[in-house]
Ligand binder design. Sequence first.
Ligand code: ME8
Length: 509
Amino acid sequence: MSRAFYVTTPIYYVNDVPHIGHAYTTLAADVLARYKRLKGFEVFFLTGTDEHGQKVEKAANAAGETPQELADRVMKRFQALWEKLDISYTDFIRTTQERHKKGVADLFTKVMGKGDIYLGEYEDWYCTPCETFWTETQLIDYKCPDCNRPTEKLKEESYFFRMSKYQEQLLAHIEANPDFIQPKSRRNEIISFVREGLRDLSVSRTTFTWGIPVPGNDKHVIYVWFDALTNYITALGYPDESGNFSKFWPVDAHLIGKDILRFHAVYWPTFLMAAGLPVPKKVFAHGWWTVEGQKMSKSLQNVVEPNMLIDKYGVDAIRYFLLREVPFGLDGDFSHTALVHRINSDLANDLGNLLNRSTAMVNKYFGGVVQAPGVFNEIDSIYREKTEEMVRQVDAHLDELAFSKALQSIWEVVSAGNKYIDETAPWTLAKDEAQKDRLATVMYCLLESQRIVYFIISAFMPQTTVKGLGYLGWNEAPDENGLRWGGLKPGTQVIKAEALFPRIEEKAE
Ligand code: ME8
């Protein structure tokens, strides 16, 4: 059986331009996708843009454009950033595409056919920035309890989804599947929310037109979240349930920010239950980034404009920093000081230096040619075992989406490499002809451990892997077999490495 893996990001609204927060989720999904490919899985990695709804319509009006023009313009900025960030997505879905509109209309019709969508009347408070309805008692000073912005009272005819009917089924599912909603603290929040009682959900609007018409009643457009969430299956060809849909659904991991967990962990599974489709295997809500201690805002965006950061520090340094600095489920702060510190200490000092030192020595002592290793001393075996153990740890950590822990495990082996050089003191061995075999073994261990390190960091830092492996005389793409010790062949020509990550001497801004 082919092993399939399906990972998604949210589809981003086109009324905002991409910033470091969007880059974060997309990068995490990319690392998972690359890692699973390395492990031999067939991967479907989906991202895209959310182009309908009142919020986009309003932004387009303000910019003097049609919503479609706005969407066409802004989605290109997302795609350009993903290219620059080396995002290896399989498909980019736009909710204005025909394939998507057709799938959404079909899902709506199917759920209505089962009696779980009915026509009623709505009178409640609406927060446009969040595209969410609230009851009066949920409001705080008539403001949205999520974002604290003003709400408006809306009364309109509306289609409703019988979400209340699925309350017990959803709770039972959450309880029977401890990994379904992660991290655990978020899972508990959702359990309490559902226990408080699910109301039927308004799933259509009549006060604007920028959306997918309700099949058979085009006075209504489908609620933007019903529309948007369905992207995860329309991209697989739904309503056609063969092909990619049968191969990849249910999804292995929906990666999202904590701001949109309720939509993914409550609304989406109940829509699917109503349609008789399997629910996602995992929804992971990561934490929230602030910038230099402040909430991200339009004016601050310039400071952490991802394109500028990549130009200044290099794509792999940014990829490394974002996933190393903060555990995936927790909030984090983006600061230039922390970024420069990580680049200098982890990348330039630890990783880069290790490669420089070892490739320089093998060039000096053996003309750059990898020698066959001799008998292993204890120190060699320990170093080898540490490398092998790291491969297992990374696998376990990435299974739990613990990106930061995975990188930490890798860096323990990098540090062990630098320590191994200090302790084996190859320069002393080189002075004694009788120690030539010993020196060959030490060089072999150093290079082989690093080859495995560069194989495994290919998920995190693909360009660094290509460079690092190039110096180690390895010009093929990493694969799962190469994660085993012993892949480096004696006779391989190793090149003296240049600095992979030059130290940043400037004072941090
Ligand atoms: O919510 N820190 O789109 P959106 C971390 N279209 N992550 C952040 C972030 C921050 N400061 N800011 C944004 C939508 N994100 C809907 C989604 S899905 C069917 C529809 C990331 O453009 C994070 O992943 O507002 C968050 O969930 C997402 O961007 C919100 O993107």
